[in-house]
Design a protein around this ligand. Structure first.
Ligand code: GLU
Length: 470
């Protein structure tokens, strides 16, 4: 048997990280089993589905590298098929035309609520023959009256639901459009899905879907309902907790490898391993290792993983991504140091590419002014005196010799002449040339900033406080 999984997003917005995790699990399981991963766009709700949302989902899937083997399939392209199956169910008495008016259903609901009963359809039209009345109708599935539905869920274990709890579900609306639970069933059947892996917010739908599948004589897939992702307050992860869309993380400078690695561990484990390559994830992934309890989103851990991938990832590829972030900041990197050298200098110093880009602007653009606090602390009269001496040493280095080693030698020499420690010189120098107190080692920083820019920046600091020698 070939394993077939599907990811079936409703295109109503961005790709939520919870959905991305579902997609990842479907993809991993298919890959692990040499199966087929299918992408199905559940776009039957015309009010909420948009092309922009479809595009956003496809783009996010591609960015994550979750490539599909079949699809994307669009449910709106299959309305004829849903109608055909609905008619088949009517013809085999598994479904019937229901003519009940809104008013009748409303009154029924009110009466049931007043008696503290769960509102449910009472089967009023169950015994009518199709076409009995010349009135608009919906098609309802005739749910079995008795017995149970048993789900042997890969994550939840056995779940048993009494059929008496379920009422006759509408599968086709009066305008002829199919309903959500019905399209899922027809597609899972037609696509020969063997494993339905989805969020446990769908667990309520599963017994209804199984009953319809059974009426169709379909093979029932195996289900794995994944617990939700929670925010730090224990509530379901939502915008209130910060970024929830894959695109937002991408824009923040999170790497796809880091996000995937984070998501795979969020609800699944393999011993106590934290860092997984894509191949390891595929190799080790197993449905029975999915946690039963919901997991809480931990942004710190995501950043930790991101830093790991920044440190260890492919230089050329990461530089390209840093370029995107620099472009986004409107920084022209065509004049100045090679961006790849900036990346090498910064790769251990930032948790995201965005942060790295923000911390690299001074290599290409002059900063407006030195951070006030840094200025007060480090650009003291005494320090400016040291910088004056250093300036003269640096000036002696020619443009072609402007390398970390020669810069370092100039610093050493100046410190020795002044009888001070290197640090006494390095930090004021950093503040004067970068505008703040954090940068890669100062000799590398100056090499990247370049000779002319370094000297101009030093001079301008000196002049501001009127240090004569400059
Ligand atoms: N379209 C559903 C959703 O986006 C998923 C349905 C399913 O996986 O069965 O929540």
């Amino acid at each position: 048997m070939t394993i077939r999984t599907r990811f079936a997003p409703s295109p109503t917005g961005y790709l939520h990280v919870g959905s991305a995790r579902t997609a990842l699990y479907c993809w991993l399981f298919a890959k692990n089993q040499q199966g087929t991963f299918i992408l199905r766009i559940e776009d039957t709700d015309p009010e909420r589905s948009t092309q922009a949302a479809v595009d956003a989902i496809l783009e996010a899937m591609e960015w994550l590298g979750l490539s599909w083997d079949e699809g994307p399939f669009y449910q709106t392209h299959h309305f004829d098929r849903y109608r055909e199956v609905a008619n088949h169910l009517v013809n085999t008495h598994h479904a019937y035309h229901c003519y009940c008016s809104k008013e009748r259903l409303e009154a029924l609901r009110e009466a049931q609520t007043a008696k503290k009963e769960k509102p449910r359809y009472d089967g009023h039209c169950r015994h009518l023959t199709p076409g009995a009345l010349d009135k608009p109708y919906v098609i309802r599935f005739r749910n079995p009256d008795s017995g149970t539905v048993v789900i042997d869920d890969c994550v939840r274990g056995r779940v048993v639901i009494q059929n008496s709890e379920l009422d006759d579900l509408i599968i086709v609306r009066s305008d002829g459009s199919p309903t959500y639970n019905f399209t899922v069933v027809v597609d899972d059947w037609d696509m020969k899905i063997t494993h339905v892996i989805r969020g446990d917010d769908h667990l309520n739908n599963t017994p209804r879907q199984i009953n319809i599948l059974q009426a169709l004589g379909a093979v029932i897939p195996i289900y794995a309902h994944i617990p939700m992702i929670l925010g730090s307050d224990g509530k379901r992860l939502s915008k209130r907790h910060g970024a929830v869309s894959v695109q937002q993380y991408r824009d923040e400078g999170i790497l796809p490898e880091a996000l995937l690695n984070y998501l795979v561990r969020l609800g699944w484990s393999h011993g106590d391993q934290e860092i997984f390559t894509r191949d390891e994830m595929i190799q080790y992934f197993a449905l029975q290792d999915i946690n039963k309890a919901p997991s809480a989103f931990n942004p710190e851990k995501l950043l930790w993983l991101n830093q790991h991938y920044l440190k260890t990832g492919d230089l050329v590829e990461l530089t390209k991504q840093l370029q995107t972030q620099m472009d986004r900041l409107g920084v022209d990197t065509s004049i100045g140091p090679r961006l790849q050298d900036v990346f090498i200098a910064q790769r251990e110093r930032a948790k995201t590419l965005k942060e790295m880009a923000e911390k690299s602007v001074y290599f290409y653009q002059d900063f407006e002014r030195v951070d006030n606090e840094a200025k007060e602390k480090h650009l003291t009269e005494e320090a400016l005196g040291y910088l004056n001496v250093l300036y003269q040493e640096l000036e002696k280095i020619s443009d072609s010799d402007w390398q970390a080693a020669s810069i370092h030698a100039a610093l050493e020499k100046t410190a020795a002449t002044l009888g001070i420690k290197l640090g006494k010189l390095a930090q004021p120098l950093r503040v004067a040339t970068t505008g703040n107190t954090m940068s890669p080692p100062i000799d590398i920083t100056l090499q990247l900033i370049g000779r002319e820019r370094t000297l101009v920046r030093l001079a301008s600091q000196g002049l501001t406080v009127g240090a004569g020698a400059l």
